[in-house]
Design a protein around this ligand. Sequence first.
Ligand SMILES: [Fe+2]
Ligand SMILES: [Fe+2]
Length: 342
Amino acid sequence: MFNNLTIKTSLKDDEYNLTKNLLSYLNTDYPVQNFDFKSTIDKILKKAYQQHSLSAQEVAQNALFLIYEINLAHPLSVAAKKQYDPIILYLRQSIEHQWLNYEFRDLKEIPDLTKYDNFDDFLTSVWKKHPASHHELFDFIQNDASKEQVFMFLKSDSALNLIFFDLVAYTLIGAQPETRGTISENLWDEIGHGDNVLTHVNLYKDVLKRQNIELPDNHYIDLYSVEALSGHNAFMIGAINRCHYYKLLGVMAMTEVLDPPQYEKLVKGCKRLGLIDRDVLYYNEHITIDIKHGADWLQTVISSIVSHYPETKKEFYLGSLLRLQTAQRYYDHLLCEMKKLD
Ligand SMILES: [Fe+2]
Ligand SMILES: [Fe+2]
């Protein structure tokens, strides 16, 4: 979502009252009284990432999501004025730090990345070997899902697809000069080569419209679980933090290689349910164009940066893992929710 005058939440409230107080802090000019953000977030993060509480992780990831929303809010909103507010920065950095440590907790040792001369081949193998690259969610959609279940996927896919132009645009700021042409081409594809009807945002809206799926103002973030929130946040952490810029490129590369084979299955599932090619233009477009985008990120952008700065390999690797891990948890959860509709 972008250009919103108020920040919207997927989580109504929580046992710590963080969500309610954070929303009030972000959306109004009034100071929040009698609420200690710092001790509250410290308590939540301890529960979330030291005691493995999924509900505390959801509160933390939702707070991070709300804070990231500031970056795309209406410039004249109250929230926009809080972008660099010290309390907001404290919350954001505390959550980001603990989350990343937790996300990579099983990574005892990073493989020796210096030995990979063809680093793009290495990242391709990381993608192919990861369970997210061949997740059963898409086999289920292809072969068994009902229309209602596919529609749940489409709704859940909305929020990220509808800000994807902005996410690609974030990769352009401060980009290595020789990568700018490739990134700009990707951005040009996102914006439909200048044709407003063919922008990927509008192609996605068209998928929903043709199935009479209403698009609410909140882009269905009310369907967002902790898994979806962290998947969304995996992009934004790299978008707005310069120190995580290379991770964002890893996230992007994995996103583009994940899509084509999965979307092929999705389109087959849609056709099984009676939809026609015209109904799934967005997905058909991405089956082909994302093969190019994936190769562009891996073989052109990342390879070029790695050749200048070999020490960046670790960041690309971590960004790739961040995307694959969050995607896998998101697919697991979504499949489970879809099956409940049976
Ligand atoms: Fe796209
Ligand atoms: Fe793409």
